[in-house]
Design a protein around this ligand. Structure first.
Ligand code: ASP
Length: 338
């Protein structure tokens, strides 16, 4: 039987870090050696894998649009040579990168699994071993055809993932969508919820452009006038993290006016919820209808990570504001349900 081929792309993150006098930092060249020493990865029952190591290696707090494009290009250039891809990445912004790649890789029909660890491989009790081994196995099986995130035994749709624990080994959750698979003794896939890509679809990479995007979390007592200064023509999109189903305080009547002004400037205002699970329902309460009247769009049950990535993607496509507004409310890659 021909063994599957998996391309492993190491971008940085805790998994390959070492303690330094300033805290953990990635070390060039360490990863190839560390992977070579993991006996499971030498088994002939594993897919064959090859490693691409980025230079410089990054703490994922420093990941931005240019690194997303670099990862996207690495997948695109190697797409026909491999059956699947594993991206090793820091956990801090992993859900943003997974969301961004899900939009950038149009027509994807192979597994792209993003993973990392909370404890470096160089330290005792590292969770990185299972995360790498299982991710390579998943990338070498023909089951998922989408960008997903594997961590702590759970396989999550990339654009549904959110980092839910700063220090737990089960660090990610999928609050609004079932797990794609769970890895216990066996890897049990939940076939009914996997993304159905078009047969024989052609991969197209959309590189993202730097776009002026903001995220504003609403809190009790917020003085909206303080934020008016950021809502200029320069701001292309903003995600509002509102209360519950999309509510904002209505005693300070300035926000709808500011949103309306932003909308007239062409800013796309997307309403998400601060709650991890559940969905935005604009108009369900008086405190949210002002937002839709002012031209805001609903992010339904999208994570903030997915909403930010989707704004980058839609602006990079060069679409009209009206079309971007429409598409923000539509399900494009399984990132939202209504
Ligand atoms: N700060 C690290 C990073 O995101 C944390 C991690 O990898 O878990 O790169």
């Amino acid at each position: 039987m021909n063994r599957k081929r998996v391309c492993v792309i190491y971008t940085g993150g805790t998994i390959g870090m070492f303690p330094t006098e300033n805290g953990y930092a990635p070390k060039k060249g360490f990863f190839a050696q560390a992977m070579g020493e993991i006996s499971d990865l030498k088994s002939t029952r594993m897919p064959q894998w090859e490693l691409i190591e980025f230079d410089p290696l990054l703490d994922s707090s420093n990941i931005a649009v240019s690194q997303w494009n670099q990862i996207g290009r690495a997948i695109w250039e190697n797409y026909n040579s491999y059956d699947g891809f594993v991206i090793l990445h820091g956990t801090d912004t992993m859900a943003y990168t997974a969301s961004a790649l899900s939009f950038m890789l149009e027509g994807l029909s192979k597994p792209v699994v993003i993973t990392g660890s909370q404890i470096p491989l160089s330290q005792l009790r590292s969770d990185g071993f299972d995360n790498i081994i299982t991710s390579i196995m998943i990338a070498g099986q023909d089951r998922v055809k989408e960008v997903c995130l594997y961590f702590g035994g759970k396989l999550i749709r990339g654009n549904r993932a959110t980092k839910s624990s700063a220090d737990g080994l089960i660090a990610f959750d999928s609050p609004n969508y079932p797990y794609l698979a769970e890895a216990g003794i066996d890897i049990e896939y939940n076939d009914t919820v996997l993304y159905k890509s078009e047969e024989k679809s052609q991969l197209n990479l959309v590189e993202l452009k730097q776009t002026s995007i903001g995220v504003l979390k609403i809190f009790p007592g917020i003085q909206f006038s303080l934020f008016e200064s950021i809502m200029t023509e320069r701001l292309q999109g903003i995600v509002l993290e509102t209360f519950g189903t999309g509510n904002i305080p209505s005693t300070d009547n300035e926000l709808p006016h500011i949103i309306e002004k932003a909308f007239n400037h062409g800013t796309i205002v997307t309403v998400c919820s601060q709650c991890q699970s559940g969905t935005v329902r604009l108009g369900a309460y008086e405190t949210s209808s002002a937002l839709s009247k002012a031209g805001a769009v609903s992010g339904f049950n999208m994570t903030t990570e997915a909403a930010v990535a989707k704004l980058y993607y839609l602006f990079s496509l060069g679409l009209s504001r009206d079309r971007i507004k429409e598409l923000m409310e539509e399900d494009m890659r399984g990132e939202l349900s209504k």
